[in-house]
Design a protein around this ligand. Structure first.
Ligand code: NAD
Length: 355
């Protein structure tokens, strides 16, 4: 066994059906008196209902979160929070909403309480991202790590089947890359395997019946574990590819992660044999050779769009992405091979199986 360093995330987590009902008590216990509820425009109504429940400690809803946190939106939100003397940002939503709360926290050091409603995992990380003129900058700062996270799987019931499937595969990508991270450790690997198994069993049920509450619980559990993985160890080539797809080509985040995962796992299949053997067991496949294909088939079963060309990647995309990944690579358990990566991305562009 290799040496390791482990540091737990200082986040308090409440998990369970109906847990969001106790949010006011949780906020009062912390002494917060001027809470700003943050949502996307699409979740404004849910945000308003939440603000109503908070009563006198709510200063209203700020429904302006959008994907990838454009700098202008972040600056307006910071000014709004300062003007209204907010003392806590309560994020109700997915990664975009938490992203806006993090952008506020980065400049103001205001605490965040998060109620996640997708499976993206941002609520468990100190990673922030801001986009300026089509260029996304990410960084790490403990001041953006939410103080408390409330997982209430009932709130995921309204998440459409396709969004659920892609978001769940986005979570699975965090867990898979944690298995072969440069700074991997035994605790996070255990969480990663548990996360992969939970997501693999829950997502096929959710796409057939989005109101299956047991599957929703399991998916939220898998997403929490995946978020811990993402927040605790470094990610590898898969996340780099998706960063380029989102940042440079503006591809939708969760969809890009879902598609790429089959190809990035296939690329790395022989790189970290211990990690990949564990992944094969978690995905119930016989050999590492079948790993990418197993994820590809799972995506097919979930009804996920299979081709990058259908979610906005232009024809020259595979070549450019392969180059950009090599220009500033993340750690990866296997060396960068431009030709092989380009060929895999060409398959992903067409939605062809990785092997
Ligand atoms: P999202 O937050 O943009 O949500 C997708 C859509 O679903 C939105 O329109 C939203 O309003 C809607 N929605 C969310 N929950 C819903 C629900 N329960 N019912 C109905 N509709 C609902 O998407 P996402 O994939 O969660 O987040 C993507 C963003 O998060 C990206 O910008 C990505 O970079 C970021 N992210 C950051 C981290 C991090 O650690 N910093 C981790 C993962 C993702």
């Amino acid at each position: 066994m290799q040496d390791f360093h482990y540091k737990g995330l200082p986040v308090e987590v409440y998990f369970g059906l109906g847990q969001s009902a106790q949010v006011k008590d949780i906020l009062l216990e912390q002494g917060y008196q001027r809470v700003l509820v943050i949502t996307t425009p699409g979740q404004e109504k849910a945000g308003q209902e939440l603000a109503n429940k908070l009563g006198d400690i709510s200063i209203g809803v700020y429904p302006h979160a959008v994907m990838h946190v454009p700098i202008a939106i972040a600056d307006e939100a910071v000014a709004y929070a300062q003007l209204h003397e907010v003392d806590c940002c309560l994020s109700l939503g997915g990664g975009s909403t938490i992203g806006l709360a993090k952008a506020i926290a980065l400049q103001t050091h205001l605490p965040i309480v998060a109620i996640p409603t997708t499976y993206a995992g941002s609520e468990m990380t100190a990673i922030y991202g801001v986009t300026d003129n089509h260029h996304k900058t990410t960084g790490k700062n403990n001041c953006v790590l939410p103080k408390m996270v409330i997982y209430d799987p009932e709130l995921n019931l309204s998440l459409p089947a396709q969004v659920s499937a892609c978001s769940g595969m986005n979570a699975m990508a965090h867990a898979i890359e944690a298995l072969y991270a440069e700074d991997k450790n035994p605790i996070i690997s255990l969480m990663a395997i548990e996360s992969i198994q939970a997501l693999k069993s829950a997502l096929p049920i959710i796409v057939k019946d989005i109101s299956n509450i047991a599957a929703r619980q399991k998916a939220s559990y898998g997403a929490w574990l995946a978020g811990v993985c993402l927040g605790s160890v470094g990610m590898a080539m898969h996340h780099k590819i998706c960063h380029v797809l989102g940042g440079t080509f503006n591809l939708p985040h969760a969809e890009a992660h879902a598609i790429i995962l089959a190809y990035s796992v296939h690329y790395n299949r022989h790189a970290d044999s211990e990690a990949m053997d564990r992944l094969a067991m978690a995905l119930a496949v016989d050999s590492r050779e079948e790993l990418g294909l197993a994820i590809y088939r799972l995506n097919q079963f979930l009804g996920i769009e299979m081709a990058l060309k259908n979610i906005g990647l232009p024809k020259e995309g595979p070549t450019k992405v392969a180059q950009m990944v090599g220009d500033s690579p993340y750690y990866n358990p296997r060396d960068y091979n431009y030709q092989e990566l380009k060929e895999l991305l060409e398959k992903a562009y067409e939605g062809l199986p990785p092997a």
